[in-house]
Design a protein around this ligand. Structure first.
Ligand code: HEC
Ligand code: HEC
Length: 266
């Protein structure tokens, strides 16, 4: 027969162990993470973490700190983020450029690595590490002046991104990407921060109103302008010509077979 006292002892030991874990490791899992890694010099970072909640701080430590430093001070693998501001962080995360998969990798547009909530938390955290440009308020509506947007685009952007905003090589192995699928806010952010080889434009060069006009013109280009007729997902003239040719060929074979079959039936 099983000794009931031994069973009771085991249960008590288990309860004590669980209580001990709850008292020590439990709180560590969430609330005290900032204190765990903050040195006394990281006061600004700690304050930012407390105000932004621990979510952004936790994500930052897990995905960014290895290259950008625990308080955004920078490392040999990544620049300091203390002067980046919300605009640069939001732009990098929403265009999937960050986190870089490994040091010395090219910075490329891609699928965002984080969900909406996590992007907001990360932007708040990193913006709190220093001072930098805020996310611009880019307004696009049916009333937007696309003619003014076109003029500003041709004057400032077309040389690199192409007249149709379908992207172009800018030399030195750098590529100015297509802009037709970039959200208006990220267009405004790019103009203000100047990512990679792109120059930044201040409010004297391109006003806040013009940010919206340029973004509206890009939307217009995407939706209205297909002067050669229907596009095949905008994959380029060679591929589009090929698809047209294929449709023609399949149609021709169909007609030939139809004629052949009619000839056979008496
Ligand atoms: C593997 C290293 C690496 C990781 C991980 C990484 N970055 Fe970066 N990051 C870089 C490098 C290198 C650059 C500079 C790119 C350039 O301009 O050529 C950069 C640039 C940036 C910039 C632009 C800085 C500026 O002001 O111009 C921001 C903002 C940024 N990173 C945010 C993040 C965030 C947020 C994360 C985490 C989600 C992250 N990065 C993860 C390496 C990294
Ligand atoms: C000197 C060439 C140059 C000029 C001028 C220029 N860009 Fe760029 N732009 C670039 C390059 C290069 C990149 C890619 C940067 C990177 O990936 O790090 C870029 C990236 C962008 C992006 C990010 C697109 C995405 O979805 O990833 C936007 C938006 C953008 N540019 C808009 C503009 C607008 C609007 C103008 C005019 C006001 C402009 N650019 C002027 C070279 C230029």
């Amino acid at each position: 027969m099983v000794d009931r006292r031994a069973l009771g002892g085991a249960a008590a030991a288990l309860a004590v162990a669980a209580l001990g874990w709850a008292a020590t490791a439990g709180p560590l899992a969430g609330a005290s993470v900032p204190a765990a890694h903050a040195s006394s010099a990281d006061l600004a970072a700690t304050t930012a973490q407390v105000t932004a909640g621990t979510r952004g701080g936790d994500l930052y430590q897990a995905s960014c700190a290895a290259c950008h430093g625990q308080a955004g001070e920078g490392t040999p693998n990544g620049p300091a983020l203390t002067g980046s501001g919300a605009a640069a962080v939001d732009f990098m995360l929403r265009t999937g450029r960050m986190p870089l998969p490994a040091p010395n990798q090219p910075v490329r547009r891609g699928t965002p690595a984080f969900a909406e909530d996590d992007i907001v938390a990360l932007v708040a955290f990193v913006a709190g590490l220093g001072q930098g440009p805020a996310i611009p308020d880019v307004q696009v509506s049916a009333a937007s002046d696309t003619a003014a947007g076109r003029a500003a685009y041709i004057a400032n952007c077309a040389a690199c991104h192409g007249a149709g905003a379908s992207g172009d090589a800018v030399g030195g192995g750098q590529v100015a990407p297509p802009l037709l699928d970039t959200a208006p806010t990220q267009v405004g952010e790019a103009i203000r921060i100047g990512p990679g080889a792109m120059p930044a434009f201040d409010t004297r060069q391109i006003s806040d109103a013009e940010l919206g006009q340029i973004a509206a013109y890009l939307q217009f280009l995407k939706h209205e302008a297909a002067p050669g007729g229907a596009t095949v997902g905008g994959v380029g003239p060679v591929a589009e010509g090929y698809v047209g040719w294929l449709v023609y060929l399949v149609g021709l074979i169909g007609v030939t077979r139809w004629i052949e079959r009619r000839r056979k039936t008496p």
